[in-house]
Design a binder for this molecule. Sequence first.
Ligand SMILES: *Cc1c(COP(=O)(O)O)cnc(C)c1O
Length: 401
Amino acid sequence: MSDSSNPWSNGSTTGFSTRAIHAGEDRLKPGFAMTDPIFCAATFTFANTQAVIDFVEQKQPREEYARYGNPTEKVLERKLAALDGGESAIVFGSGMAAVAAVLLAKLQSGDEVVLFDECYHRTRELSAKHLGKFGVVTHQIPACDYEAMEAAITPRTKLLISESPTNPHLSVVDIERFAAIGRRHGVETLIDATLATPYNVRPLEFGVDYVLHSCTKYLGGHNDLLAGVVIGSTEKLEPIRKLRGVLGMVCGPLNEYLLLRGLKTFELRMQRHNENGQAVAEFLASHPRIEKVYYPGLPSHRDFEVARRTMRGFGGLVTFLVKDASDEQTGRIVDALRIPRIGPSLGGAESLVEQPCHMSYHDFTPEQRRAVGIADNMIRLSCGLENAEDLIADLKQALDH
Ligand SMILES: *Cc1c(COP(=O)(O)O)cnc(C)c1O
């Protein structure tokens, strides 16, 4: 049903919000509704046998069974592909489902993967532990150590994986350099850009093969849905799409509608997240009780220059260490905050805060936590869309508590 008269269907020259609002959508929709309908259908029927034959021979683009796709999803996939400047997108039921689909579709026994050790811990677990059972070999190397990455590549290496920025340390990968290493060795590259979003960086423009997002975070933006997406060339995505049809890691039309709705305000939300993140990071950096702030928009951050060169803004996530504070004293600061609620995840309208040693890394031993740089006095704050002065006043009262 793609409408070629839609001027924004692949309009890389139009503004970001214009694209976020209009890309992928037909101008006239079923029932002449302003919005795209939620197609709550598991199955799609055919008028007659000739219609089935036309569909199988790909003369008639349409849906057949919702494990392979639904019309709400097609609109969302076109929109997400347009935002990242990619040819195609595949939407999944979660970010991890998207990661799993890429790895399962692209790797086989004996293949090797090289990933930066600050990758999302479930991605590392999936690759090392679960795919390890099927003979995939995972090499973990220190984040942003490009020499180590290059040295770890063997003739069996099939995929280089990184996140950028990383979570919770907010290291920023030099994506151009990362992509060039892949090309030089004939190895495909994947960037999980969940923390950056296509508003702040578009890895495909730097030559990366696949960009992936947990749409649960900024793209959804309202702390109310789980979804994931992988974007790249139609040809490279084809085996991943086929595998999704086999495994059934679909998102479903209700969540897809929520995502489409959230994307209408995506640029406005990202501008506020970027402003709030920067203001809060600057406040914390100047506070006497703070030992260190991890935020790529601060000149003190190791990757400030790379970030400034490659990113439009640095998002709402700010990680910091409280000076001379024990695990318990750090927890008391978290508990004293009145605006951010305590919980995992990030990127929604409501601010969220967590102490990583108790939340995302609770199943690590203290030695394992130290090895991945998770300190007991570390706090991770996801700045939502509230007013920066209120977030700062709240942090001030909690730190002075
Ligand atoms: C949350 C997250 C994921 C996993 O996404 P889900 O939607 O929770 O499955 C993957 N990568 C990054 C960087 C994340 O923040």
